[in-house]
Design a protein around this ligand. Sequence first.
Ligand code: P6P
Length: 280
Amino acid sequence: MKEIIDAVSRAAIRIKKTIEFGDTGYSSHINKTGDTQLKLDIASDLIIEEEFSKVTSIKSIISEEKEEAKTLHENGKYIVGYDPLDGSSLVDVNLAVGSIFAVYEKEANANSIVAAIYVVYGPRTEMVAAIDDVKLYRLDENGSFKEVKTIKLNEKGKLNATGATQKGWTPYHKKLIDEIFAEGYRLRYSGGMVPDLHQILLKGGGLFSYPATTDTPKGKLRLLFEVFPFAFVFEKALGAAVDGKKRILDLHASHIHDTSPCFFGSHEEIKKVLNEYAKH
Ligand code: P6P
């Protein structure tokens, strides 16, 4: 696993430079989920593929920016699903973005995930790796990622990151969110999944929700390279992740671009979600 983390570190340093000085315009390509790809998306995907090509333990890669899975090393042990630059459209307004990686063994699905890694490109470049526990690393002035601390969530937090267009929320989802705010939680939502979840993890807890809505009845976030990896991170950080009724890591993706409603947070907040959603 260390060689995969090292490859992510090398890719992150290259992607950071591409974000700072690259072309933020749109390409002429549309990816499998119908998003028009930014040149940054394509550049980041190529950088990651190049760095992963040097890692013989990686059998194949599944990228949000690629149509199909790609084999790298026939005798490799791991399948890596990744979103090369999640929230890339936020670069244009100088907000933080991130790369997300899920490491799978036998098959690319929740029951086979063995590690999750993400990188946040913000005022500082940080990487979080979840294997047995969740470790935070920060890029230093010498271009090396140095371990900072182990991340653990409290039973209850203070932040509420409320995703999706409110017009499309179900009445019971709105009731849940309003009740949490009425308890004094603070709204923290940038539209970037990686920094929004990173903030909850580093501030000790809260709730991030991207529910089913009228315009996204199956949610928007992708199981293989967004939802499963963050569910793994939150559970290893002593939190939880559900789809409203079930544990995320008990779900099964039948297609590489499948999405799901998702809630990530501390145990207290996830209990509130399950209690409210159980009534509908
Ligand atoms: P909305 C970015 O496009 C993204 O995929 C995630 O990073 C983010 O959490 C979500 O979409 C934001 O979606 O509908 O709330 O703007």
